[in-house]
Design a protein around this ligand. Structure first.
Ligand code: NAP
Length: 247
């Protein structure tokens, strides 16, 4: 198999937004490493897609909350596919409930995966990027992290944390030629939002200026832009992909 011109790593690449980002990077000529927490039946499909684009793809079961596994995965991916040009921390979960009934377990699960997972993956990648003096990081937040959302204190806190983390990282590593940006999607059609009942769906759509929910591909477009040299002078920014809900 031929090699791509660049290498990207995507967490949570098996479904939803992460999967769309993997597919977009493959189409853009990247070799792509991606991970997921549970076994994934679609790996062969992604391999076929990679072959079609003349690039390589490698999936792995990696829990982003497990620092040792993350470090080993990064090392293995760089050995297999080459030094990372782009890193996308997308793995995320929700455990929605009002604070009044939220257990510590529901708080920890969301913060550990979304925020500490982002720290763990960026921490594992950053030294090598600094040595090479190049790299583009895109962390996936949410409009919930910017505006808050009832029954999502855990999720919104984790996603707001990603914004502060990424802005600080952007300032810290700019002198090494590394950029760090954030995408903050609004409501996007994926498994994460599939559980919304019709009434809630209608109410949310009515509040979105563009009057529809977004697609994973629309988020992937913004991620691919921020990871590319077309965004060479953009760092520390939060791009909302939300149909105008954040206006
Ligand atoms: P999704 O369809 O539920 O997919 C989540 C992905 O993350 C899956 O690949 C999942 O792997 C992986 N993942 C979860 N926990 C993980 C862990 N501990 N270690 C490694 N991988 C893990 O979610 P999505 O809707 O595409 O959301 C992707 C990101 O966008 C999340 O950070 C989410 O918060 C954010 N976002 C989504 C929306 C939306 O409306 N959908 C809006 C704003 C922000 P498994 O398949 O193995 O579980």
């Amino acid at each position: 198999m031929t090699a791509g011109t660049r290498t990207a790593l995507v967490t949570g690449g098996s479904r939803g937004i992460g999967r769309a980002v993997v597919e977009r990077f493959l189409a853009d000529g990247y070799d792509v490493g991606y991970c997921h927490r549970t076994p994934f039946a679609g790996a062969a499909e992604l391999e076929e897609l990679a072959e079609k684009h003349g690039v390589r793809v490698h999936g792995a079961v990696v829990d982003v909350t497990d620092q040792a596994t993350v470090c080993a995965w990064l090392e293995e991916t760089e050995e297999r596919l080459g030094a990372l040009d782009a890193l996308v921390t997308n793995a995320g979960i929700i455990r929605d409930m009002p604070l009044a009934v939220m257990d510590r377990e529901h708080w920890d699960a969301v913060v550990d995966t979304n925020l500490t997972g982002t720290f763990t993956v960026c921490r594992a990648a950053i030294m090598a990027m600094m040595r090479r003096r190049r790299g583009a990081i895109v962390n996936v937040s949410s409009v919930a992290g910017l505006r808050g959302n009832a029954s999502q204190t855990n999720y919104a806190a984790s996603k707001a944390g990603i914004v502060g983390f990424s802005k600080s990282l952007a300032k810290e590593v700019a002198r090494f030629g590394i950029r760090a940006n954030v995408v903050a999607p609004g409501l996007i059609e994926t498994d994460m939002t599939a559980g919304l009942d019709k009434k809630a769906h209608r109410r949310i759509v009515a509040g979105i200026p563009l009057r529809r929910i977004g697609t994973a591909d629309e988020v992937a477009d913004a991620v691919a832009f921020l990871a590319s040299d077309r965004a060479a002078y953009i760092t520390g920014q939060v791009i909302q992909i939300d149909g105008g809900i954040g206006i």
